[in-house]
Design a protein around this ligand. Structure first.
Ligand SMILES: NC(=O)c1ccc[n+]([C@@H]2O[C@H](COP(=O)([O-])OP(=O)(O)OC[C@H]3O[C@@H](n4cnc5c(N)ncnc54)[C@H](OP(=O)(O)O)[C@@H]3O)[C@@H](O)[C@H]2O)c1
Length: 263
C-alpha cells in the first residue's frame, strides 16, 4: 500500500528532496508552499507511479492555514506522514530586524507547525497510526545571538516534538524532531536567513538536502523521537549542556554576527 504524505515547504531545498524520495518510493504526495508556479515546476521534476499534487498556501497566514485544513477535512484527507518542513530564518541583530518579517517567521516556524501537528495528531491518534516529522535545527539547543529568534523558534519545535512523541507513541503516532547542521539550500540567501557574511557560513561543513531528506523519511519509518544529522550537528548539540554559558554565547556571537553592525 502506498503511503500518503503532506510535505510543507516542498518547492525547493530539503522539502523538495523529501518529496522526491517519497514520490519515487510510490507515495502519494501533497506538496505545499506559497508560490504555485514554482511549486508546480518543482512537482513536475518528480518521478514515480503517483503524480504529486500541490497546494499553494501561505502557512504564516492563520486564516489561509485554517481554510487549507478545512479543505483537507472536507475531503477526509489525513496523511500517513506529515512533514512540517517550511521554515524561515532571520539573522542579524534582533532590534535591527523588521518586525513584520520576524513575526511572519515566528508564525511559520512555530504557529503553523504547531497547528498542523495538532490537526494531524488528533486524526492520527483516532486512527491509531501516523508520523509527524518536524524540521528543527542543530542550534535549537543553543541561545544564538544574531540568530536569536530563529534559534528560539527551533527550541520550540524540538521541545514540542519530543514532548508530543511521549504523549502520542502509545497511540501509534510518532513525532520526530530533525536537527540538521547548515544545509546547502537557498535558506542562507540575502533575501532569506542572510547568513552569507557569517563565520558559520564560511567555516562550517554543510550537508546536502538529500542527506536530510533521507533522515526525515527514516525518522518517519522508524518513529524516531529526535534525529541529529551528521557529526557537526552532533558536536553543536552534544556540547551545548557542558559549555560554560558565557563562553558559549561569545562563541555563538562570533559565528553568527558576521560583518554586520550591532544594530
Ligand atoms: N538550510 C539550512 O541550513 C537549515 C539548517 C537547519 C534547519 N533547517 C530547516 O529546514 C527547513 C527547510 O529548510 P530549507 O533550507 O530547505 O529552506 P528553503 O530552501 O529556503 O525552502 C523553504 C521552503 O518553504 C516554503 N515556504 C517559505 N515560507 C512559506 C510559507 N509562509 N508558507 C508555506 N511555505 C513556505 C518555500 O516556498 P515559497 O517561498 O514558495 O513559500 C520553500 O519551498 C526549515 O524549517 C529550516 O529552518 C534548514
Amino acid at each position: 500500500m502506498s503511503k500518503t504524505y503532506l510535505i510543507t515547504g516542498a518547492s525547493e531545498g530539503i522539502g523538495l528532496e523529501v518529496a522526491r524520495l517519497a514520490v519515487a518510493s510510490g507515495g502519494a504526495v501533497l506538496m505545499v508552499a506559497r508560490d504555485a508556479v514554482r511549486l508546480q515546476a518543482a512537482a513536475d521534476t518528480l518521478t514515480g507511479p503517483i503524480r504529486p499534487r500541490i497546494a499553494a498556501v501561505d502557512l504564516a497566514d492563520a486564516a489561509a492555514l485554517e481554510s487549507f485544513i478545512a479543505g483537507l477535512d472536507a475531503k477526509g484527507e489525513l496523511p500517513d506522514v506529515l512533514v512540517n518542513n517550511a521554515g524561515h530564518g532571520a539573522s542579524g541583530a534582533f532590534v535591527a530586524a523588521d518586525w513584520a518579517k520576524l513575526d511572519a517567521m515566528l508564525r511559520l516556524n512555530m504557529n503553523a507547525l504547531a497547528r498542523l501537528s495538532h490537526w494531524a495528531a488528533r486524526g492520527m491518534k483516532a486512527r491509531g497510526s501516523g508520523s509527524i516529522v518536524n524540521l528543527s535545527a542543530a542550534v535549537a539547543t543553543r541561545p544564538t545571538p544574531y540568530f536569536a529568534a530563529y534559534a528560539a523558534s527551533k527550541a520550540f519545535v524540538t521541545n514540542l516534538s519530543i514532548a508530543l512523541h511521549s504523549e502520542l507513541k502509545a497511540h501509534g503516532v510518532a513525532v520526530s524532531a530533525i536537527h540538521p547542521p547548515a544545509v546547502r539550500t537557498g535558506f542562507g540567501a540575502a533575501d532569506k536567513a542572510d547568513l552569507k557574511s557569517t563565520l558559520v557560513h564560511k567555516l562550517f561543513p554543510t550537508v546536502g538536502p538529500v542527506t536530510v531528506a533521507r533522515a526525515v523519511l527514516l525518522a518517519a519509518e522508524r518513529g524516531r523521537r529526535s534525529v541529529v544529522v551528521g557529526p557537526v550537528a552532533g558536536i553543536v548539540m552534544g556540547t551545548a549542556p557542558i559549555l560554560p554559558r558565557g563562553f558559549d554565547l561569545a562563541f555563538m556571537t562570533l559565528l553568527f554576527k558576521g560583518n554586520r553592525a550591532a544594530g
